[in-house]
Design a protein around this ligand. Sequence first.
Ligand code: HEM
Length: 430
Amino acid sequence: MIRAQVPRSRLPKLLYGMMSDRGGAFADLARRYPDGVTVPLPGRPLHVLNGPEAVKHVLVTAADRYEKGVGQAEARAGLGRGILTDEGETWLRARGSLGPWLRARRIQQHAPAIHRHAVDSVTELAGPHPRRMPVDGLLAEYTLRCLATVLGVPAPHVAPILEALDIVQDDAMFRVVTQDRIPAVLRPRAEQRLREARTVLDRAADEIIAAVGAAADTPDGSSPAWADRDGVISLLLAGYETTSSTLAWAVDELSRRPALADALAEEREAADDPTDDPADLLRLMGQLRLTTAVIKEVLRLHPAVWLVSRRACRDDVVAGWPIRTGDDVCVVIAEVQQQGWAAPDLFDPARFLTNDHGRYLPFGLGPRGCPGASLAHLEATLWLAEASRRLTLRPALGRRTRALARMSMTTMPGTPYLIARRSVARAVSA
Ligand code: HEM
């Protein structure tokens, strides 16, 4: 039951925390108030929920009483109303039309191409000499390539898209913190940057829309409802950064655990080398049990979508606590996924090889849950398996890797690693 309310005297410190370390501030709130808490923010209250009943109520049972909230609402300034941010009939049509494109069976057909992208991406990292370099840019490129393959469009020119999506996200976060109360005329440079970013994204979207329209295998022969400018831009953001940051966290965790990295290399070596037959990839995925468990554990400890937010569009009562129309509600996924697990702070992929199961919702729940989960699992597992086979990765910094919490929680961009080619024989005999 949500009973607590953050005292108003603590608000300035909390607001400062939300500006300087968003992830930490929300995690702290969720830990301090395990049964939920209301933050009396000026303008509209924010209810932070943790309990299983409350989370299920908002995301599943009473989903029709809520719309997308903090973060996504403000992102509309840059993203417009695509599947990620839209509501009502147009969202329903877009969501329905996207389903067939991301269905597990269709994704399976693209598995050989995704596997080739993984091998190419890892080969790019495996230079002739050991080197110190970040992995986030390369991972972003890989996940965008996979997305383009699944949509049946040529790989887009990645760098300008990433830069433009960064601008859109930074702008959304600024609007969250300022409750979108700073008029556009007071920040002309930021508005100009946002317009320029949107122009870049529109151009990329137009190319994708043209390619989708021209593709012979459009499920019903016409352009699907998701494939308008806002829809494509939504998909670009939702479909690349989440998986790319999941892999960046996997690299980070493995770089500090050489024995686990060796075990993954051994698992991949022992598995089959697939041909271009999708059935081979299905078999390979089945052989990568530990690699799959590592990805699941990364998604538990470092869920890319760390916070799911909603705004009430009707009065409601959650776990006995009244929610008024317009109130914000959020679920801090990273904290909810600490509940019900033994030693929840530990990075322990083996927990996914047993029946020790606690709360787990990295892809959300209910009608707005992630439609890209099958693709995300496939591309993350294949990349990690091929990287483990070919590379050794070590941290290049002496400290813990910092996180950047925007719409998704990424490793700090540019975090470097020491990367070298792996000697397979040594790994297997170790
Ligand atoms: C590890 C990778 C991923 C994670 C952790 C993840 C997580 C999530 C979560 C938690 C949501 C629900 C947000 C909410 O309820 O407000 C979501 C929504 C969404 N995801 Fe993913 N996602 C991932 C990959 C992908 C991929 C690869 C795609 C596309 C190909 C994708 C497309 C979407 C879309 C379009 C939505 C919005 C759905 C809607 O509002 O109806 N995601 N994702």
